[in-house]
Design a protein around this ligand. Structure first.
Ligand SMILES: [Zn+2]
Length: 162
């Protein structure tokens, strides 16, 4: 498995290739956000993880750039969450295979799901999760291996400051 880890302001270093990604977001304060049809969602202080895929034009770089721009007209659920959080990091894997659902399954083993969030088009419980401690790529990779969701040797790469 190839997952890289970097500071979110280094999005320009991301590959413009198809892949899956997990955003790591920090919420400093509690808030209530209204997320489209999901309605009101309580944001708690701590860390959020959001997983998605970017298989179209622009790939991972284009999508993460979107996730770093100020939210003007929220469209995806994650756009609403970003109004109460700061994106600090992204984990990603360049692959045409869609990893987001497996990653969501793995994250749901230990982090608290936001029911239905980011999962309008699939059967996952959620694609966004909260936890009170900072998630690390090392933990995530170990979790994937524990769940037998990783099928190859794992590499982690740190590209930027944290
Ligand atoms: Zn899913």
């Amino acid at each position: 498995m190839w997952i890289a880890q970097l500071a979110a302001d280094a999005a320009d270093m991301l590959p413009a290739a198809p892949g899956s990604y997990t955003l790591i977001l920090r919420a400093e304060h509690a808030a209530t956000i209204t997320v489209g049809r999901l309605g009101d969602v309580r944001v708690l202080p701590g860390w959020y993880l959001y997983t998605g895929s970017a298989l179209g034009a622009g790939g991972v770089r284009g999508r993460v750039r979107h996730h770093l721009r100020p939210v003007t007209r929220p469209h995806w659920h994650i756009d609403y969450l970003r109004q109460a959080c700061t994106v600090l990091e992204v984990w990603y894997r360049v692959d045409v295979r869609r990893w987001e659902h497996l990653w969501a399954t793995a994250l749901g083993q230990s982090a608290t799901p936001l029911p239905g969030f980011g999962a309008s088009d699939c059967h996952c419980q959620a694609h966004a999760f909260h936890q009170t401690h900072q998630p690390t790529l090392t933990w995530f990779v170990a979790e994937m291996e524990r769940l037998k969701l990783a099928t190859a040797a794992t590499d982690a790469m740190h590209l930027g400051r944290r």
